[in-house]
Design a protein around this ligand. Sequence first.
Ligand SMILES: [Zn+2]
Length: 408
Amino acid sequence: MALRVALGLPKWTPNIVLMKIAGQEVLSEKIKRLAAQFFIRQLANGTQSPIYDQNCRPSIKLIKKDEVLMANLSADLVTSTDHIISFPDTLFSRNNVCEIHLSDFSFQNKAHPVFLIKDLFEEAVSKEFYDYHIIATDASKSRSFTSIAGISNLQSFVYRIHPINSIFTAEALAICQALDELSVTDKNLLLLTDSYSVLQALKCLTIKSPKVIHRLAGKIFVRKNFNQKICLVWTPGHSLIQWNEKADLLAKTVTESHPFIEWIASEDIISHFQTISLQKTNHSFQNSKYQESIGDIPTMLTLTPWLKNRREDIIIARLLTRMIITPALLHRFGLHNNPRCQICNRDNNIEHIILFCSKYSNHRSILCAKLNFDLQLGPSLKAFFQNAVSDKRHLRILLQSLKSFDIY
Ligand SMILES: [Zn+2]
């Protein structure tokens, strides 16, 4: 009901069509997803969550239904919920993390030509970091693998990680792993990464930051007991900086035979579930009788940036769902006595008005010329709307011409 009002669609709009154009999930799926999300968040909150007691044991007992839900969840993810990245036992504030350089050096400017970035980088390292142990990390995501890699002049590593993890999580995990595996004691550490967003998140650490960033802060804190100084420096990607190139190549060499690290970010699991749930809406639409008649309609969310006001939102939502008020539609619901067009004596529906009615033939040729839509080859309304909502310019043209078709 709320969706109908929000979209301005009449009450006889079929549910499946409504969910599809609203980009909404089927309610039963959504309830399940929200319950799962609640538990995943609690798991990720670790000892900070009220569902655990002081000894990190669960302080509540799940009811049977929720236990099944959690078991299914683990099975879906092919991992144990123990591997969800959680808060470290001690939380750190952003003040005691470490030095983070995002824009302090002249090479940290993507506007520079690549060769200049490379030279400026080498100069900065030889001036400021000549006595540092340098470590570079990178992450990679392909169809087959999500991987992390790290390299120093002594050692390197490559691991596969859970494919649900985003590139953001992967980049952060790569730095965590590098701190564990590639650090040397009693030497200052310079960590290079091309992930601006991870360093930015670390710099602005709050209780709401992703758990993997808290984990990274925790690792740095522990490392600081061994090393004098830890510096994290952003290096622009694809700029021929040797260290980056090496880490990048390494991450891409990953194969099935590389070891697998099971850590998985709760934030990524949650967005994965949202995607799956929306896919289910799309599937049920595609399998319904409506897909055949009205075609694959986009969600309003993707169109609203091109629309100016609520009136336009409503008109487009109604056109796409074929719920725009026409004599034929009104007649179907007993609200109009003549479903036929008085000029052509055909069903006076939206298809007739836009594609066939002789009353509008002049307006139609102008509109179709502007939209570059071919009327000669037995046009379908499905194809017409697909063309009209394909980009902003087309959509604006359609909206401007609706008045000439007596559509308001
Ligand atoms: Zn007509």
